[in-house]
Design a binder for this molecule. Structure first.
Ligand code: NAD
Length: 495
């Protein structure tokens, strides 16, 4: 792969955030504010390791103010006509499109991914806002014939205050999805976006405020994730929980939500299998797979990771995959030539390095990559591993980084069994010209999403979510309001 050396990175003009990075603050009851005490944490540019901002950390008193504001705002927001709520959400989407450059630059600065990918994230997010705004105007109830003079109506009502927690890998998409669905449905929100990428969430919230969102309907808090989630989820004001992140944290939040009898929607990542049959243009599919694998440096929950290739075409596939990987340009996201940016934080870079070392110690063969790159910046080479022993930990642990695993299969039974041999089940993929093979894969692979012959993933109008340890509940599609509504039976009889 082509590596952008650190001295080149240094030559990239003055501080890349000059002029567009927003002031970092909490949003409580419609006002941007510092924390009640002086606690702050640094926000780091992963491409340079420079401190780009200082983030105020919410105290318990700040959280309580945010909760009270959300509770107050709910009383009027839930009664606001759906058309009026939708107008605010779509106006915010329009502002996001106008502010694409600033938001995209902020994503690249905070997360490190190439600017072109950040722009796509902003455009998609505006589409998600539009989708939720439109769909929320169709939250009709239903009339159930009773056979008597009792009239039974089912009403769909907003559940109340939502506590949401989102990660850094989709800094706009992940908070934006939850915020826009909850607000459009009539809920109010206290959200803790990732501390690594606060500026992006702040810019999205500002679009909503500028579009006319009432004070308190959306509150943004930052700080110690465990302390904040414990306080919010335990609060009687919060009625629903939405989380995207890792399995261990998802497990603990689900337990806490369960203890307080609150519904939760959990999106907990994946370990995407890809079945490549012998009836495709192998070199073309290998190139496509390699490019998809290393998007956002592999830090995508839907990222393809386990490539199961028919034994008769495996060698060609492996060679072409490595060839494409070698051409990928690793460098800072602000360099238009960069295709793979740094990892989001040193924790991720160290984790990826450890996984590769463990796999190699267990007997895996490194086809390309495998090393961290000299700093500054949390860069790691796009890495391809083969001949990995079946019991190696990397088959079970989500790499969440630029690591591809290659293996052979002999027939479809084996390929499907291998694809299903994981505790995860978020997104699975296959490439084949055979209608029969495709039908079996769509039917038999255990996954929230199975895509054949493409990597487009889930859009606004399609449900997104996992099975098994990948979590439960859905975002997107007609299911997008799952965590945000209650169904009330309103039953009456004339006197
Ligand atoms: P993590 O689970 O520690 O953090 C993910 C997000 O959850 C972060 O934004 C963090 O602030 C937040 N978080 C952490 N503890 C929390 C808590 N107690 N309550 C509420 N929110 C909390 O993950 P990480 O260290 O950033 O990454 C580790 C692994 O997490 C990755 O390897 C990957 O497997 C997984 N991950 C998955 C996704 C996804 O999209 N599903 C996103 C990020 C990370």
């Amino acid at each position: 792969m082509i590596v952008k050396r650190s001295e080149d990175a240094g030559a990239l003009s003055a501080p890349p955030h000059a002029g567009f990075y927003p002031p970092l603050a909490l949003l409580i009851d419609g006002a941007w504010t510092g924390a009640s005490d002086a606690a702050v944490r640094d926000v780091i540019d992963p491409a340079t390791e420079a401190v780009i901002g200082q983030l105020p950390c919410a105290t318990t008193a700040d959280l309580d103010r945010a909760l009270a504001a959300a509770q107050r705002a709910f009383q009027t927001w839930k009664r606001t006509p759906a058309t009026q709520r939708a107008k605010i959400v779509t106006d915010a989407a329009a502002l996001m499109r106008q502010r694409e450059d600033t938001i995209a630059r902020t994503i690249t600065l905070e997360l490190g991914k190439p600017l072109a990918e950040s722009r796509i994230e902003v455009q998609r997010l505006a589409g998600v806002f539009d989708w939720h705004a439109a769909e929320a105007q169709r939250l009709y109830g239903r009339l159930i014939p009773s056979g008597t003079d009792v009239q039974n109506t089912v009403l769909q009502e907003p559940i109340g205050v939502v506590a949401a927690f989102t990660p850094w890998n989709g800094p706009a998409a992940s908070p934006g999805r939850k915020i826009s669905a909850a607000l459009a449905a009539g809920c109010t929100v206290v959200i803790k976006p990732a501390e690594e990428t606060p500026g992006t969430a702040i810019l999205i919230a500002q679009c909503l405020l500028d579009a006319g969102l009432p004070a308190g309907a959306l509150n943004l808090v930052f700080g110690n994730p465990g302390d904040i989630s414990t306080h919010l989820v335990s609060s009687p004001i919060v009625r629903s929980v939405a989380f995207t992140g890792s399995v261990p944290i998802g497990r603990s939040l689900a337990a806490l939500a369960g203890q307080h009898l609150k519904p939760a929607v959990l999106e907990l990542g994946g370990h995407g299998p890809v079945i490549v049959n012998d009836d495709v243009d192998v070199r073309a599919v290998a190139a496509l797979c390699a490019r998809q694998k290393f998007r956002n440096a592999g830090q995508i929950c839907m990222s393809p990771t386990r490539f199961y290739v028919h034994a008769s075409v495996y060698d060609v596939f492996a060679e072409a995959f490595v060839e494409t990987t070698r051409t990928l340009k690793v460098g800072p996201g602000f360099d238009p030539a960069s295709e793979v940016g740094p990892l989001a934080n040193p924790r991720r870079r160290d984790g990826v390095e450890r996984m590769v070392q463990d796999a190699c110690a267990a007997g895996a063969r490194l086809l390309i990559g495998g090393r961290r790159l000299p700093g500054p910046g949390f860069y790691f080479e796009p890495t391809v591993l083969a001949d990995i022993p079946a019991d190696a930990d990397i088959w079970r642990t989500e790499p969440f980084g630029p690591i591809a695993l290659l293996a052979r299969f002999r027939d479809l039974d084996e390929a499907i069994a291998l694809a299903n041999h994981s505790d995860y089940g978020l997104a699975a993929f296959a490439f084949t010209r055979s209608a029969a093979a495709s039908a079996r894969i769509l039917r038999e692979v255990d996954s929230g999403i199975v895509s054949v012959n493409h990597f487009q993933g889930a859009g606004d109008s399609t449900p997104f979510g996992g099975v098994k340890d990948s979590g439960y509940g859905r975002e997107g599609g007609a299911e997008c309001f799952e965590g945000y509504l209650v169904r009330k039976l309103a039953s009456q009889r004339p006197l």
